[in-house]
Design a protein around this ligand. Structure first.
Ligand code: BES
Ligand code: MN
Ligand code: ZN
Length: 513
């Protein structure tokens, strides 16, 4: 993973030597005046305004090449970028503003790529509604998320001149130094965690298996002093984890249940995160069509999200205990693969008729959820999974689907998603849906037909959570091909990571009862 330095300074922006100096300007409420700005760039801004080229409207950009030898103005940056923020008034919504700033950061990252800038300096704008910390955090997130690229496997065609991304991001402001430092730090922690998840997801099925999941978790445990546990196949057999074992039957790579535990010094409530870690989903015997099957290397994005969130938890050290579990295996069709019609028994004793081996996510999650709840007794549990194609039909690529057994917990997640620009939409789960997965020969079956496919998948999971407040996030539509945003390059989005960090950092004991 790339290590971009993020620093802050109180020096005057115009004195800084940098490849690109960025000013974020708001449209002036008086239509006939140019945007307010620093004295050092006033001339440029006024000329551009008078020519009708720049008013500070949202998403306007203007690149300027100052004469560094000029005696009139004394700028030291090789390039200056003016970006518009539009009109910001007291009616603006906080979460919309935050995402505008992330987008702005993403756009700046694109200009950096175009100009091959290695150092970028941003003069932190004053956004009263957000305050300096949040403003800086969102800008930093946008820049780092927008500057993401995955080039690990591009070896022979790589040129020395290829742009490898930003080396340093610097925030300047002559006020609120502490808040700006904190915002820059939080922005980096949030974005780096999401980029970590993107890195894992970009790895192909032969580059990221259950073994790599375990190794990654182990390395986090070492850095942050988490408790690391990896349940191997033998242990799974002893424990009766029939779901993950069945999915793994057709594979030559052993399954692993990877667990990380963070415990804060003070006694606290526990949140359990469970992420689907199917490192490749061929569908098994109910094999998927060939077209687009390569995308099923992304079927581990849920697992990537929970382990990457743990990286941020290690950095931030919140006051809440967090346990992350990733049931990991690929779903293959080898000669001992599970067959349609087979009946399996999950960790909690629930038996299931496997009607379709391509509905494998719920099978591994069933074991992980019931094992996690029994072992760690969490106050709330959330699972995250690229679970159903149906969620793409229902919500497209713009919202993650949510299904929950607890009103308040669902609300908290929706709000965390809103805060972080990862919108979530709730779907209902009533007994009628649960009836769709009743089996004639076992307790339940792993498919409920096409109608309400996202909800019947969640109905399956509801058999493994008892009365524990639980929410399920279906990210099949958002884990990749996510909504077009400047800070989301094509490929995996890292969705869920920042939602989880936000949820956990805002957690207070007794918040959901
Ligand atoms: N991993 C897939 C879901 C998926 C599909 C994610 C497309 C992203 C894009 C999951 O394991 C799956 O195959 N689900 C089936 C369930 C069905 C057989 C009940 C589906 O959605 O078709
Ligand atoms: Mn599948
Ligand atoms: Zn799958």
């Amino acid at each position: 993973m790339k290590n971009t330095k993020v620093i802050t300074t109180q020096k005057k922006a115009e004195t800084i030597k940098t490849d690109l100096l960025v000013y974020c300007l708001t449209e002036n409420k008086r239509k006939k005046s140019p945007p307010e700005c620093d004295q050092s760039i006033k001339e440029f801004v006024k000329s551009a305004f008078d020519l009708g080229d720049f008013q500070g409207k949202a998403s306007q950009e203007l690149l300027i090449y100052p004469d560094l030898k000029s005696k009139i103005y004394k700028l030291h940056a090789l390039r200056i970028l003016l970006v518009g923020m539009g009109k910001i008034d007291s009616k603006s919504e906080i979460d919309v503003l935050c995402d505008q700033l992330r987008e702005l950061g993403g756009k700046v990252a694109k200009v950096c790529e175009k100009t091959k800038a290695q150092t970028v300096t941003i003069s932190v704008p004053i956004v009263d509604l957000l305050g300096p910390e949040k403003t800086t955090q969102c800008l930093a997130e946008g820049l780092l998320l927008g500057d993401y690229r995955f080039t690990k496997y591009k070896k022979t065609k790589k040129k020395d001149t290829d742009y490898t991304g930003l080396k340093t991001i610097q925030f300047v402001a002559d006020r609120s130094a502490g808040a700006i430092r904190k915002g820059a730090k939080m922005g980096s922690v949030f974005a780096n965690a999401a980029c970590e998840a993107r890195d894992m997801a970009n790895e192909p099925g032969n580059g990221w298996t259950s073994k790599e999941f375990a190794e990654f978790a182990k390395s986090l445990a070492k850095i942050y002093d988490f408790k690391f546990t990896c349940i191997e196949k033998k242990e799974m057999i002893k424990l009766g984890m029939g779901g993950i074992l069945a999915v793994n039957q057709g594979s030559s790579i052993p399954p692993r249940m990877v667990i990380l535990e963070y415990t804060p010094p003070k006694k606290s409530e526990t949140i359990l995160l469970v992420g689907k870690g199917i490192t490749f989903d061929s569908g098994g015997i109910s094999i998927k069509p060939a077209a687009g099957m390569e995308e099923m290397k992304y079927d581990m994005c849920g697992g990537a999200a929970v382990l990457s969130a743990m990286q941020a938890i290690g950095e931030i050290k919140p006051n809440t205990r967090v346990v992350a579990i990733v049931p990991a295996t690929d779903n293959m069709s080898g000669s001992s693969a599970v067959r349609p019609g087979d009946i399996i028994k999950h960790f909690n004793g629930v038996t299931s008729e496997i009607v379709n081996t391509d509905a494998e996510g719920r099978m591994i999650l069933g074991d992980a959820l019931s094992y996690g709840i029994q072992t760690y007794k969490p106050n709330a549990v959330v699972d995250i999974a690229t679970l159903t194609g149906a969620v793409i039909i229902g919500l497209g690529h713009h919202h993650t689907g949510l299904i929950s057994n607890h009103k308040n917990f669902a609300k908290l997640l929706i709000s965390a998603g809103k805060d972080t620009g990862e919108p979530i939409w709730q779907l209902p789960l009533t007994t009628d849906y649960k009836k769709q997965i009743k089996s004639d020969v076992a307790d339940i079956k792993n498919m409920g037909g096409r109608p309400g496919g996202t909800i019947t998948a969640a109905a399956y999971l509801s058999n493994f959570v008892g009365n524990t407040p639980w929410a399920h996030l279906d990210i099949a539509g958002t884990a990749w091909n996510y909504t077009k945003k400047a800070y989301v390059p094509k490929g995996p989005s890292g969705i869920g990571v920042r939602t989880f960090i936000n949820l956990i950092c805002n957690w207070k004991n007794g918040r959901i009862k």
